[in-house]
Write a protein that binds this ligand. Structure first.
Ligand code: F6P
Length: 540
């Protein structure tokens, strides 16, 4: 994109939105419902079975229209076209961000198309052989356990999707486990009951240079060598997914078991690629195809739907409104599905590694806040832990309820109803008068009721979005994840940052390397002191 860039707060719609925020900041969402009882109809948006309800956000129709104007002034739709056309929107690394090509929503770069098709075909054959039980290890025993060694995008997406889509109960296919941390405890736990003769490791690393993953790959090799005994070749117990295929081969992984990953697929957008191998092993080719189809459906919608009906655009704009105009600093992800227990962790990387940045396209510093702090946890468990802060804490928090409706049984109904109840209660709150009345009704003396009532009052007015899915199936999950991916793009584009690099992370990696080189005098006094203290505590 060569056109001159204007930071968002210099666009005309920004001041319109600031004016609207001054009004809406003091207006309760419940009051907006009183004024306009049809809000649910006008502020809920559907796509292929998925429903996005924005009606509990602190937003009204004129504000939404002004946000759409902002998107227009920021030339968002040119940005979307440029994204799908494979322009090098990752301008610091001079790369495209074409994860949509993996789902068939746009073409891959012509020079990569054949390699891509070939690697996808090899991945499918590999997964099918594992699933059929015909793949054996060095001793001839079938592979029954697959352990993915990867971190960041090479772990979070595959881990989250396998948890989400694998039905409970014993599996006929190999079990899939994950090890990410360099903390040996995770490796030991994952392998505690494993038989080396029936275990296969996938070393999953786009760069094949990530310290944690390489350390775990070395640990896996030692574990196999010790367990398989002399004369058995551990190579039959390894596969790799990487862009650096030569380094993977040099590590000792057979070339035919190295599945390439194109450079234009960012780590946090990579589960759709060969990085998704653990998912394909877990749910099979047809499941994986449904997963891709769900994402593709969202891609097509994102590219073609008008802004006022475009789910990722509307979700992105609403989030930007919360961050920049209402001053809400965090976004809590509240999936009401045990299968989505790692969704917040996956989204943390997607949002915070993509948009946790301050340097704009023109090199200047952002004049507005960018990515919110993303956190969260699964419902109803979180209700008994951190929801208290939503009810009576001092901050406003933006909430995303993710609710797969699922089966018509009592527990599932209760789960869904709990999600709706939380969103409703957090919007309505409980006034001092209501608290007082409820205490009086319990027969408390007036003085006691007056003393306790402020402790029971809840301000409410926490803005929330609800995403309703018919079920937690592969298609819906693909749709949901692509919805969030594109929402992140919308926000990053309007903020004017590069959502596809992650230079900040590199600073910490450099520091870790320098610490492991051991030169204490090069570090600040606190770090040098901690290193000395740790050295004294270190057990032999
Ligand atoms: O350190 C951050 C990061 O580079 C992520 O962007 C990436 O997903 C992760 O590390 C793992 O990288 P790799 O797949 O190259 O091992």
């Amino acid at each position: 994109m060569t056109e001159p860039f204007t930071p968002p707060h210099r666009l005309p719609a920004w001041s319109v939105l600031e004016n609207r925020a001054n009004r809406l900041r003091s207006t309760r969402v419940a009051e907006l419902f009183e004024r306009d009882p049809s809000r649910f109809t006008t502020l809920s948006f559907g796509h292929r079975g998925l429903l996005l309800d924005l009606s509990k956000q602190s937003i009204d129709a004129p504000t939404l229209a002004a946000l759409v104007d902002l998107a227009g002034q920021a030339r968002l739709f040119d940005g979307i076209e440029a994204l799908f056309a494979g322009e090098h929107l990752n301008f610091t690394e001079d790369r495209a961000a074409l994860h949509m090509a993996l789902r068939g929503a746009c073409p891959a770069p012509p020079q990569d198309a054949a390699t891509l098709a070939h690697s996808q075909q090899r991945m499918r054959a590999f997964a099918a052989a594992l699933r059929s039980g015909t793949m054996t290890g060095a001793s001839g025993k079938p592979i029954r356990l697959v352990v993915n060694l990867g971190i960041g995008g090479s772990d979070l997406g595959p881990r989250m999707t396998v948890q989400a889509l694998l039905p409970a109960g014993p599996q006929a296919t190999p079990e899939v486990r994950f090890v990410a941390n360099i903390d040996r405890r995770e490796f030991d736990e994952a392998l505690a009951d494993a038989d080396p003769a029936g275990t296969l490791f996938i070393v999953s690393s786009k760069s094949f240079a990530t310290a944690e993953t390489l350390a775990n790959a070395q640990a896996a090799r030692s574990w196999l060598q010790a367990g398989l005994g002399a004369g058995c070749d551990p190579a039959l117990h390894f596969a790799a997914v990487s862009n650096a295929t030569d380094i993977a081969v040099a590590f000792g992984i057979a070339a035919e078991r190295v599945f390439p990953l194109p450079e234009w697929v960012g780590g946090r957008y990579s589960v759709w690629s060969t990085i998704g191998l653990p998912l394909m092993i877990a749910i099979g080719e047809s499941g994986f195809d449904a997963f891709l189809a769900g994402a593709r459906a969202m891609d097509e919608h994102f590219r073609n739907a008008p802004p006022g009906e475009n789910l990722p655009v509307l979700m992105g704009l609403t989030g930007l409104w919360n961050t920049d105009f209402l001053g809400i600093e965090s976004l809590a992800l509240l999936p009401y599905a045990h299968g989505l227990r790692s969704f917040a962790a996956w989204l943390q990387q997607l949002e915070m590694e993509s948009n946790g940045k301050r340097c704009l396209r023109d090199g200047s510093a952002s004049g507005v806040h960018t990515s919110p702090i993303v956190w969260g946890g699964v419902g109803t468990v979180g209700q008994h832990a951190f929801h208290q802060l939503f009810y009576q804490g001092t901050r406003r928090v933006a909430l995303d309820f993710i609710v797969p409706v699922g089966a018509d049984d009592a527990c599932q109904r209760s789960l869904v109803e709990n999600a709706f109840a939380q969103a409703a209660a957090l919007m309505a709150g409980r006034s001092l008068d209501t608290a007082l009345a409820s205490l009086r009704a319990k027969g408390l003396a007036e003085s006691e009721a007056a003393r306790l009532a402020p402790h029971l009052a809840c301000p409410g007015n926490q803005p929330s979005t609800t995403v309703l899915l018919p079920a937690l199936d592969a298609f819906s999950l693909g749709q949901l994840m692509a919805l969030y991916e594109h929402k992140v793009f919308v926000q990053g584009w309007i903020w004017g940052i590069n959502s596809f690099d992650q230079y900040g992370v590199e600073l910490g990696k450099e520091m870790a390397r320098s610490l492991s080189a051991g030169a204490r005098e090069n570090h600040d006094a606190s770090t040098a002191g901690l290193m000395a203290a740790a050295e004294a505590m270190r057990r032999p």
